[in-house]
Design a protein around this ligand. Structure first.
Ligand code: PBG
Length: 363
């Protein structure tokens, strides 16, 4: 366009504005995607994804005491005594949540190098499961299978005197832990340890004991992530050296490298072959591409774990008044569904269920 033309155009627009003649401006467009965004009714008609409390799995921390303890880095989440846990699970049920997953804060005195407390039938988790199944039999109970809450070394597996996290020996313990959880009444066993071959071994151990109807929700693509920090505070379960043994300071010899995506597909294929019923990606938000990839690769249900660090960041920013908590949480949870997840483990479960119900009532 010549500068003369440009000057002319400017003059015409100035006149249009000055004389309130904006209606004269019209683009000849065939496609106007905004047509379907004009009203809330139209937007609801073409909405591709939605959230429901039935999508949520609510993670809960249990401890030996009789009180309810807050967790510094996870405002709004607590460590519950078994008695108080029942009330919290009932509250979740009343909000439409149909599955909880339990994590134990084990007393220091019960932690050992091999984490054998994990298969104590009268341990904290089996007791909590039995109590929940007695009081709220319809609630689906998922468990976490790994040694870290029970290990004085803070690792998911047994650490050798050379500082190696042993695979096959650990799997043996995980099988015993899984069977004890199934005996107590667990519906879904969740191996979070990332040992090789554990899904197949756990499936076999469960079947041998007659628990062929207990499912396995495998932490399939679990990354060695810094987002687990607040969780390790909640359980006091971070890797640490208390003896002369060289303890690996992180979990990168068994959890996945955050740089890898194709490897997640290998893990998913192995878990499927070994008999996993549900595949999980963890953490969630920084790994939406992995959720999407597994969705393309597998027909199994996929779960996303919206982990403790993701929760803590939202809580902290909301407390500072920097973001609107409700909108950010619902948008985040929806992103997991959009990426291809069917289920979402989230500490926001009860709040989100409440907000969804309010939105339905207002609609
Ligand atoms: C234990 C386990 C961890 C989480 C779930 N199970 C911590 C870890 O692997 O170090 C993290 C959950 C969260 O951060 O919310 N194996």
């Amino acid at each position: 366009m010549t500068s003369v033309n440009l000057g002319l155009r400017k003059l015409v627009y100035r006149a249009i504005y000055d004389h309130h003649l904006l209606f004269l401006i019209h683009m000849d467009l065939t496609y106007r995607p905004r047509r379907l965004r004009r009203s809330s009714g139209l937007r609801a008609m073409v909405r591709e994804h939605s959230l429901s409390p039935a999508d949520f799995i609510y993670p809960l921390f249990v401890h030996e005491g009789s009180d309810v303890q807050s967790i510094g880095a996870m405002p709004g989440a607590n460590r519950w005594s078994v008695d108080h846990l029942v009330g919290e699970v009932q509250r979740a049920w009343d909000l439409g949540i149909r599955c909880v997953v339990l994590f134990p804060k084990v007393s220091e005195s019960l932690k050992t190098e091999d984490g054998a407390e994990c298969f104590n039938e009268n341990g904290l988790i089996p007791r909590a499961i039995r109590r929940l199944k007695q009081d709220l039999p319809e609630m689906t109970i998922m468990t976490d299978v790994a040694l870290d809450p029970y290990s004085c070394d803070g690792h998911d597996g047994i650490v050798s005197s050379e500082g190696i996290v042993l695979n096959d020996e650990t799997v043996e313990f995980l099988c015993r832990q899984s069977v004890v959880q199934a005996q107590a009444g667990a519906d879904l066993i969740g191996p979070s340890d990332m040992m090789d071959g554990r899904v197949g071994a756990i499936r076999e151990a469960l079947d041998e004991e007659g628990f062929e109807n207990v499912g396995i929700i495998s932490y399939t693509a679990k990354y060695a992530s810094a987002y687990y920090g607040p969780f390790r505070e909640a359980l006091d379960s971070a890797p640490r050296a208390e003896t002369d043994k060289p303890i690996p300071k992180d979990k990168s010899t068994y959890q996945m490298d955050p740089a890898n995506a194709r490897e997640a597909i290998t893990e998913a294929q192995l878990d499927e072959q070994e008999g996993a019923d549900i595949l999980m990606v963890k953490p969630g938000l920084a790994y939406l591409d992995i959720i999407y990839r597994l969705r393309q690769e597998s027909e199994l249900p996929i779960a996303a774990y919206n982990v403790s660090g993701e929760y803590a960041m939202v809580k902290a920013a909301a407390a500072c008044g920097w973001i609107d908590e409700e909108s950010v949480v619902l948008e985040t949870l929806l992103s997991f569904k959009r990426a291809g997840a069917d289920l979402i483990l989230t500490y926001h479960a009860c709040d989100a269920a409440k907000w969804l119900a309010q939105a339905r009532n207002e609609a």
